[in-house]
Design a binder for this molecule. Structure first.
Ligand code: GLU
Length: 495
């Protein structure tokens, strides 16, 4: 390839296809993507599939789908190719052999002759003597030639290191942390420790953005870069993402859902991207809502925090709700009818829509009116049926809505019936315009001397069979006179 085509900033996301990708896991991808887009560079997807035991069928497709769903487009990757491919480590085994050969020829790698039992004995011995176990204390004097049947180990040159991590700042370690680690396992696959260094060099990666679990190995990596005559890329270590409470690292068990689950539930990619970026990054102001373009313009590694970032799903809910509210009604409507995905992976397609089944026969105009009324309260699209069902079908009378209501349960049944009957009589006179309904509802408050929390709740329950609805006058107006009165009659009959 010609180097002139490769810009100086090249970042990568290098997931192992071992499982689904929770919202925390994709943050590294987002930060790498933001940096590449900001600098006019390239963002590369590399699948690190060298641990065959941990591999999960279909995980790499899932990773690619997740990136695309969030709009994190990559310039090079396993399914689209590129000048530095292949982009799947299992397709690069020969290349690791070449890098390994370079180390062997330079006297910087050797075959590890020990059996697992022998290694275990060395470990136990070190433990007994209360000293850290270092493989290099047991370097064989005359290692056999490496034929691939034994692991290949790096022959380290222990020394102290000081380096600057673009996020964590200045770091230093003593020589005791540098050891002879495995480069190639006896199954022929390289370790992450070796493969990522070869690949980052071959793919001309300028910035390595990754999680904290690798930071203790950096001195070993620095030693290996030297042995290979490579200039290390910029290293940037992300802070942990902590679960909602306490100091636990975020995991699936803490409710961190898979990215595609959020998409299926109708979280907006823009909101998810904004939320994920805010886990550990801010621009130094109080601003919380950032468009994608703003994030690209403002992102910088040195504003990533060092300490753990918090995953707060309620904040995501709030943030998504605020994106939903900001959408022009037509755009929101388009999203509700075109999920691009069934709500459940195997659900019968409701014409790929978030609307309740009962909405199937309703006109677009009516649905748009409904949507306009609930837009304010809608937090994510899969909530739509719950919030709008009663606009499309008569729900059965639910006595608990009254008996369990904080205010209404204090009233005698006869009193409730009387109140509702009076309301019905007044509403029956209405032309059901919003203005007239509003006036009548206020008139009823005055005439009955009741609080809105009593009277309006009662009418709301009768007309919707739901504990909450948009504005009562607007709701009844949209339901229409016949349907509203009929529902009040049903409620009266049940009282
Ligand atoms: N394959 C490693 C992982 O999934 C990647 C770490 C890195 O970004 O270098 O944890």
């Amino acid at each position: 390839m010609s180097d002139s085509n490769i810009s100086s900033v090249r970042t990568r996301f290098a997931p192992s296809p071992t499982g689904l990708l929770h919202v925390g896991g994709i943050r590294t991808a987002l930060f790498a993507w933001l940096l590449a887009r900001q600098q006019g560079g390239q963002f590369i997807l590399r699948i690190e599939d060298t641990d065959q035991k941990r591999e999960m069928q279909g995980a790499d497709q899932h990773l690619m789908d997740s990136l695309r769903a969030l709009g994190l487009d990559y310039d090079e990757g396993p399914d689209i190719g590129g000048p530095c491919g292949p982009y799947r480590q299992s397709d690069r085994l020969e290349r690791y052999q070449e890098w390994a050969r370079q180390l062997i020829d330079a006297g910087r790698a050797y075959a590890d002759p020990y059996s697992p039992e022998e290694l275990q004995a060395f470990r136990e011995q070190a433990q007994k003597e209360k000293r850290p176990f270092l493989f290099r204390d047991h370097r064989p004097e005359n290692p056999p030639a490496w034929d691939g049947s034994k692991p290949l180990r790096f022959k380290s040159e222990p020394k102290a290191y000081s380096w600057t991590d673009a996020v964590m700042g200045k770091l230093s370690t003593g020589p005791e942390v540098v050891d002879d680690f495995i480069l190639i396992k006896s199954d022929g696959y390289p370790t992450y420790n070796f493969a990522h260094i070869c690949d980052d060099a071959d793919m001309k990666i300028s910035h390595v953005i990754r999680g904290q679990e690798f930071i203790s190995s950096v001195p070993n990596y620095l030693n290996l870069y030297e042995a290979l005559g490579l200039e290390p890329p910029v290293l940037a270590t992300m802070p942990h993402i902590l679960a909602g409470e306490g100091n636990k690292k975020l995991s699936k068990r803490d409710g961190a859902k898979d990215v595609l689950d959020y998409i299926r539930e109708g979280y907006l990619p823009e909101a998810l991207v904004n939320f994920i970026a805010s886990m550990g990054w801010n621009d130094g102001t109080e601003q919380e809502i950032f468009s994608r373009d703003e994030l690209i313009a403002k992102f910088s590694l040195d504003r990533i925090q060092k300490s753990g970032a918090r995953f707060d799903e309620r904040r995501l809910l709030w943030m998504n709700g605020s994106y939903v509210r900001e959408l022009p009604l037509e755009d929101l409507y388009a999203k509700t009818i075109n999920t691009g995905m069934a709500v459940e992976p195997n659900a019968a397609p409701q014409a790929g829509s978030y609307w309740p089944e009962a909405a199937a026969d309703a006109s677009v105009e009516y649905r748009m009116h409904v949507l306009e009324l609930v837009q304010e309260r809608l937090k994510y699209l899969a909530e739509l049926p719950e919030l709008t069902m009663f606009f499309f079908e008569d729900l059965p009378v639910d006595p608990e809505l009254i008996s369990g209501h904080k205010q209404l349960k204090k009233l005698e049944p006869t009193e409730i019936k009387e109140l509702l009957q009076r309301s019905r009589d007044s509403l029956a006179e209405s032309d059901f315009s919003i203005d007239d309904l509003t006036q009548r509802l206020n008139g009823l408050l005055e005439a009955t001397g009741q609080k809105p929390a009593v009277l309006f709740s009662l009418i709301r329950i009768a007309t919707t069979q739901s504990p909450a609805s948009p504005g009562l006058a607007e709701t009844m107006h949209l339901l229409g006179k016949d349907r509203s009165l009929q529902r009040i009659d049903n409620q009266l009959a049940a009282l």
